[in-house]
Ligand binder design. Structure first.
Ligand SMILES: Cc1cc2nc3c(=O)[nH]c(=O)nc-3n(C[C@H](O)[C@H](O)[C@H](O)COP(=O)(O)OP(=O)(O)OC[C@H]3O[C@@H](n4cnc5c(N)ncnc54)[C@H](O)[C@@H]3O)c2cc1C
Length: 418
């Protein structure tokens, strides 16, 4: 027997939110699961930290929420945007949401991913391989039968499975190798610069604030131990030309928007920042016989609205609910995989359409962030006022954990978050 070949029920490529939640649920249902993650650990580049009320409700149904609440986190219950001249553009609150958890939980992704993997590892049918980069699919008679992946020692392995899940994010290799076509929804990328600043006494208490100046819009997310700051270049501001104005100009722009950050910005150099071109994409079809892509591999989300993690987890839950029976019968059909896409696709079209519209009509230099007067007026009507936050909190597709996954499981672990 070739020791570099393994056989599983499910192989999951990618240990992001979609992959770890799907892997956990499948292991909980007794499936033999292999989770492959390209990096050595989960301390990858910042990819957001927000869990919305729907996700917390799902974790509650899985019986995990008590332990999740014990992990270091912050709570945010308002999202506030302050335009030029300190005019408040909008101030939306989660506190009226009909949920046991009416807020956004800011929970560092590495901590969350480690936690989920620790919980999954309590099941004997679950295994995880870090530094395992999927680079090809095994295809026989038109059906995907598994993946090939390379480990840190440069050895190529094969993992064969009833089902391959591509949860390998925005630049998905699985999607590419499966030849699943994508369409780009935004007209042009928006450039966002990210960096961290230390948290200090006297900082604004709000968890999430947007501000703006002539050329950029700033979003600041209060994490338990630091600020994560993003500077979005306004439409028409070219990154290269903007950067050539010098680091001092960037520091001054931030200080103008958030005077408390002036001194802290003195220590920020270009090397401390990372640039992300934001483009929205959608895979037209998420599946092939024997394979399904979920999360950002199926629909690349923008960071705006803080929903990408939550939609990735939501995909994982629908996929697990729909596929657990066919997997148990060892008879996963293309129509089962199609059901997963059909369940959520209509909503994604709306959400990504709105994100693209927001991105494509973002302010130009001199224009201010904010809502048109009619929208401001409508937001004074209570039922309409809460609608945007309701959609951000719960989405439009009803989502619950399937009965199969609800039965209590013993509290076996955890050294989570370590
Ligand atoms: C800068 C930024 C900030 C964001 N902020 C937020 C936010 O605040 N809230 C929010 O909800 N969303 C946010 N998002 C969006 C969110 O990060 C994504 O929508 C979400 O992470 C998607 O989860 P996923 O599991 O599908 O993919 P990912 O989180 O991208 O995970 C994919 C995983 O697959 C691994 N991988 C990749 N290729 C391979 C391979 N070939 N083999 C094996 N493993 C592989 C990667 O290392 C990664 O761990 C942000 C995105 C960005 C870029």
């Amino acid at each position: 027997m070739n020791e570099n070949v393994g056989t599983y029920d499910v192989v999951v490529a990618g240990g992001g939110p979609a992959g770890v939640v799907f892997g956990y649920l499948m292991a909980r249902a007794g499936m033999k699961v292999l989770l492959l993650e390209a990096y050595r650990d989960f301390n990858r580049q910042f990819r957001g930290d927000t869990l919305n009320p729907l996700t917390m409700g799902l974790l509650d149904e899985m019986g995990l929420m008590e332990e999740v609440l014990a992990l270091p986190h912050n709570k945010v219950d308002t999202v506030k945007a302050v335009g030029a001249k300190d005019i408040e553009a909008f101030n939306l609150t989660y506190s009226r949401m009909p949920s046991k958890y009416p807020y956004v939980m800011i929970l560092s992704q590495p901590i969350f991913l480690n936690f989920m993997v620790a919980k999954a590892s309590a099941f004997p049918t679950f295994s995880v391989q870090m530094q395992a980069r999927v680079n090809d699919l095994i295809e026989e008679d038109g059906r995907i039968r598994g993946v090939r992946y390379k480990t840190a020692d440069n050895v190529v392995h094969e993992a064969r499975a009833q089902l391959v899940i591509g949860a390998d994010g925005r630049n998905s290799v699985v999607r590419e190798k499966a030849r699943l076509e994508t369409r780009t929804i935004t007209k042009e990328p928006t450039y966002v610069l990210w960096f961290r600043l230390p948290l200090e006494a006297g900082d604004p208490p709000e968890g999430l604030v947007a501000r703006e100046e002539e050329q950029t819009t700033l979003f600041m997310f209060r994490r338990p131990d630091e600020w994560q700051v993003s500077l979005t270049l306004k439409k028409g501001v070219e990154y290269k030309a903007w950067k050539e104005q010098g680091v001092e100009q960037m520091r001054a722009a931030v200080a103008e928007m958030v005077p408390q950050f002036r001194e802290r910005m003195g220590a920020i150099e270009w090397k401390d920042t990372s640039l992300l071109p934001v483009e929205l994409k959608q895979a037209l079809r998420w599946y092939r016989d024997g394979l399904l892509v979920i999360g950002d591999a199926a629909h690349i989300m923008s960071p705006f609205g803080g929903i990408g993690i939550n939609l990735a987890i939501r995909d994982a839950v629908h996929a697990a609910n729909i596929l657990v029976e066919p997997l148990t019968r060892r008879n996963v059909q293309v129509r089962d995989l199609k059901k997963v896409q059909d369940r959520v696709m209509w909503e994604l079209r709306i959400v990504q359409g709105l994100q693209a519209k927001q991105q494509d009509s973002a302010p130009r230099p001199g224009e201010v962030i904010g809502l048109p007067p009619i929208a401001r007026l409508m937001l004074r009507i209570p039922i309409i006022r809460d609608l945007p936050i309701f959609v951000l909190s719960f989405g439009l597709v009803p989502t619950r954990i399937g009965r199969r996954f609800r039965k209590p499981v013993p509290r076996l672990v955890t050294a989570a978050g370590d």
